[in-house]
Ligand binder design. Structure first.
Ligand SMILES: [Zn+2]
Length: 184
């Protein structure tokens, strides 16, 4: 990413990429659909408006762009007089050096908002799966989505256990009348 664009230009550029049909979210949707999963999109009634909602698994999936959501970018206070954050770039999120403060603040706010949304979902009994854009390249998507599938199965199992009544009692069985075929 070059730093020749103004913040405004970059924003428009990024918005355009985000709005196109090739966005990472589409890859996830297509994979899930082709593998028999049925879902809803951008459900407003679910906190944080997740990209994909699988109600049967009580799971919300967020497909995050690495730049906007600051994948692997750790923000930490430096403790100097200005209390500016020390920020390290990550492999897939390079914060521009031009207007750096603007970008750092923007990405930090996005990270905070993401975390708040996930926390609200956890509190409401939802499972959250975050998929990163860089995990959806041609060479990685199959592996990534198989991991997602494993998580979904675990979520389903957790849900099933939660709704399972008390353990089966043999004593209870002995007091019940035996079921038999009616004699003709
Ligand atoms: Zn990434």
């Amino acid at each position: 990413m070059t730093d020749t664009m103004t913040a405004e230009q970059r924003h428009r550029c990024m918005s355009h990429i985000k709005g196109s049909g090739t966005k990472p979210e589409m890859k996830v949707r297509r994979w899930l659909w082709n593998h028999g999963y049925r879902y809803r999109l951008n459900v407003r009634s679910v906190p944080g408006k997740p990209d994909i909602v699988l109600r049967a698994y009580r799971t919300a999936i967020f497909v995050n762009g690495c730049f906007w959501h600051g994948h692997n970018v750790r923000m930490r206070e430096c403790g100097n007089a200005l209390m500016r954050e020390c920020v390290e770039n990550s492999a897939c999120c390079k914060i521009p050096s031009t207007n750096r403060e603007f970008w750092v603040n923007k990405i930090r706010r996005n990270q905070e908002r993401d975390q708040q949304n996930y926390n609200i979902l956890y509190k409401n009994g939802w499972h959250v799966i975050v998929i990163w854009e860089c995990q959806l390249t041609v060479s990685k998507i199959e592996h990534t989505m198989h991991e997602v599938e494993v998580l979904l199965e675990e979520n389903m199992l957790a849900l099933y256990k939660k709704h399972t009544p008390l353990p089966y009692s043999y004593d209870e069985e002995s007091t019940l009348p035996m079921a038999a075929e009616e004699s003709v």
